[in-house]
Write a protein that binds this ligand. Structure first.
Ligand SMILES: N[C@@H](CCC(=O)N[C@@H](CS)C(=O)NCC(=O)O)C(=O)O
Length: 301
């Protein structure tokens, strides 16, 4: 990794030699603090790796963000991957302590000591390893359609959700959807700024709110029309693409109160709501227990 042609190490060594010339004692102090912190992190990571390895051979350790109040996760990609693990009945354990993986994103997994990132790449790897292919009966044309929907969902519709959640709504609904630790309130403005900058770089945040709503409505309409009366996106049985679509739709249905997208689903695209309920019933019979705080099954939601 480099910035303007220099590695962080080069920057650090320049900074230190400048500081050394100014004050040798302060330099020794800074180096000691940084070295202690790094060693602590290193040892902690080693201990965690050891613990993850104890999960057992061929048991996936799924590293994710904490549970939500209304939906097991506030990340569409976590819900996608966890739904897949349930669909494929792959033995797995969940870790909430180290949600950010080697590529700087959540979710990621550890499997037999190997660290693997990105929900889609993980699904592909696990499908091969555990010999699970839920799209095996799809024609090449249907496979192409499923791929196009997955990309629209994960790489396009996602950004509409991001802009609404972190920019337009400024995190208000987001913080209602999970048990917010006190420290998170300090961290929230940085998170909002980071997502705004990412959405500007991606391009969607360059549009006005009405334009963004229109863009996302078109995506929702495409999914709703293609789903039609079918129980699942590609037919009567669920397959891999349903995990992605469900992961994202669930964010609108359960984690975006007051959003225009929830209104659209409720009013214009009710089949997307029934679809979410269907996926939830099929793969998350313990949904209420996976919420934080857990709810008893007598409470509907
Ligand atoms: N393509 C990745 C996307 C993962 C992703 O963007 N995760 C978000 C949470 S929804 C994340 O980790 N954000 C943290 C960050 O960017 O710092 C996947 O499918 O896993």
């Amino acid at each position: 990794m480099s910035f303007l042609g220099k590695t962080p190490l080069e920057y650090a060594s320049r900074g230190l030699s400048w500081l050394w010339k100014k004050n040798k004692y302060v330099t020794v102090g800074v180096v000691t603090v940084v070295a202690t912190f790094q060693s602590y992190n290193y040892v902690k990571k080693l201990q965690m790796r050891q613990k993850w390895n104890e999960a057992g051979w061929d048991v996936v350790v799924l590293h994710i963000f904490p549970r939500g109040r209304f939906c097991p996760n506030l990340s569409p990609f976590v819900l996608k991957l966890e739904t897949y693990l349930r669909m494929a009945e792959i033995p797995h354990q969940v870790d909430f302590l180290d949600p950010i993986g080697p590529k700087g994103k959540c979710p990621w997994i550890t499997l037999n000591g190997e660290e693997i990132s990105d929900s889609q790449l993980i699904i592909e790897r696990l499908g091969e390893k555990y010999n699970k292919n839920f799209s095996i009966n799809l024609t090449p044309e249907q496979l192409a359609v499923a791929r196009a929907f997955q990309i629209m969902n994960d790489e396009h519709l996602y950004w509409g959700l991001i802009v609404w959640r972190y920019v337009i709504d400024a995190g208000h609904a987001f913080v209602q959807c999970f048990e917010v630790p006190f420290i998170f309130n300090v961290f929230l403005p940085f998170l909002l700024r980071k997502y705004k900058s990412m959405a500007l770089t991606q391009g969607i945040a360059l549009h006005g709110n009405d334009e963004i709503e229109h863009i996302i409505e078109e995506d929702l309409e495409a999914i709703s029309v293609y789903l039609g009366d079918k129980p699942f996106l590609m037919g009567s049985e669920p397959c891999e693409v349903d995990c992605a679509i469900f992961g994202m739709m669930a964010q609108i249905v359960w984690n975006s109160p007051g959003s225009p997208y929830l209104r659209m689903i409720e009013v214009q695209y009710p089949n997307l709501n029934s679809y979410c309920q269907r996926m939830k019933e099929r793969f998350w019979p313990d949904w209420n227990q996976c919420l934080n705080p857990p709810r008893s099954n007598s409470i509907e939601g």
